[in-house]
Design a protein around this ligand. Structure first.
Ligand code: KIV
Ligand code: ZN
Length: 388
């Protein structure tokens, strides 16, 4: 099969890693609704759940498999036959099924989670891939806690699971531990030292414990990974996962990287709101790309520069990610230029002196109020008429 070497596959795990968050659990119909939107967004793979974990999760994988056509539907398992059997059964209606199986790869996990040895764990990983491969062609292997794993052992593990039939090798920074250059170097090492690496796609799966999930994922892509795993709004275990919207917009903004995805970025805003409300997980206002303030300009200096030329303070167009528009928020930090802009929008054209006069009243009002809306501005102008 011929692959475009610059194409980055987007693997969405909102419904699996994202849904693990306390309070974010969804019903099967809610998951199906989100999966349909993910298909419209253009994600390549939807991780629909962990079928052995509960009957509800099993059923969600079944229903999502029936509901979507283009994306691969993926089910998570641990490295054992029972989990894999459940995943095979749950995926039976998927047009493009994938099993995501794996095991710990760091000494921390090998010793203190599995009470085992590197050799035994490697064998269990290989066995799981061989077993899953009997039922499904597309097998992704995750080397859990790869961020803290010894890179030479990790390379042996990756080589062995590819030889056993893995089509994608996921190198998770499960604990969000790595620095971007460390994580990038790990991916580079695998690319250069695993002799059958060209038979699989390397996937990056980063957690945000130190706020580096997006930076690490991009470092992985710069060093040869071609699948990125993440969630909408960056939701996920503890501090969350890589935000898909951030990585996609980084690749679009920095064309020099030469990488592209199949994502319809204009769908981000709506989908972000939908995930937030269904999962009862508010989006922080300053969240990159989708936060309420992501395209809101509020200080006088920024507003003045933005009104002169939006490129002064805008590296992305809000409409490119489906935002209704940029906004000039009026607060006590706003300047005359922003006030003039809003007054003209409401139909009031003032001379320089008139504006200076209204601006004084505006500041008095804004000092006592969080932000000023159209009704406040109309009130200011009415007051002016009465006063004069
Ligand atoms: O963070 C992680 O290691 C995971 C794996 C199960 C892929 O979510
Ligand atoms: Zn994870």
């Amino acid at each position: 099969m011929l692959h475009d070497p610059n194409r980055v596959y987007v693997f969405d795990t909102t419904l699996r890693d994202g849904e693990q968050v306390p309070g974010c659990q969804l019903t099967t119909p809610e998951k199906v609704e989100i999966a349909r939107e993910l298909e419209l967004l253009g994600v390549d793979i939807i991780e629909a759940g962990f079928p052995v974990s509960s009957p509800g999760d099993f059923q969600s994988v079944v229903e999502i498999s029936k509901a979507v056509t283009n994306p691969t539907v993926c089910a998570l398992t641990r490295a054992n036959k029972g989990d894999i059997d459940a995943a095979v059964e749950a995926l039976k209606y998927a047009k493009h099924p994938r099993i995501h199986t794996g095991i710990g790869s760091s000494d921390q996990h090998i010793l203190h989670k599995f009470n085992s040895t590197r050799e035994e764990i490697l064998e269990r990983g290989v066995e799981a891939v061989r077993y899953a491969k009997k039922f499904v062609e597309d097998i992704e292997f995750y080397a859990e806690d790869a961020g803290r794993a010894d890179v030479v052992f990790l390379a042996q593990m990756v080589e062995a699971v590819i030889a056993a039939g893995a089509t994608v090798v996921n190198i998770p920074d499960t604990n969000g531990y790595c620095l971007p250059d460390q994580y990038g170097a790990k991916i580079k090492f695998l690319k250069e030292n695993v002799k059958n690496i060209d038979k699989a796609i390397i996937s990056v799966h980063c957690h945000n414990d130190l706020g580096l999930a997006t930076a690490n994922a991009v470092a992985g892509l710069q060093n040869g990974a071609r699948q990125i795993e993440g969630t909408i709004n960056g939701i996920g275990e503890r501090a969350g996962n890589t935000s898909i919207e951030e990585v996609v917009m980084i690749l679009k903004t920095h064309q020099v990287l030469g990488l592209h995805t199949n994502i319809n970025a204009k769908n981000f805003y709506e989908l972000s709101r939908m995930v937030s409300s269904q999962m009862r997980m508010p989006i922080q206002a300053n969240k990159a790309i989708v936060g309420a303030n992501a395209f809101a300009h509020s200080s006088g200096i920024h507003q003045d520069g933005f009104l002169k030329n939006r490129d002064n303070y805008e590296i992305l167009r809000p409409e490119d990610v489906g935002f209704p528009s940029a906004s000039i928020v009026l607060t006590a930090r706003s300047g005359r230029h922003a006030l003039k802009f809003h007054l003209e929008r409401l139909g009031f054209t003032l001379s320089k002196d008139e504006l200076a006069d209204v601006y004084k009243n505006f500041l008095n009002l804004a000092d006592g109020k969080l932000d000023i809306n159209d009704t406040d501005l109309q009130g200011l102008m009415a007051y002016r008429l009465v006063k004069n």
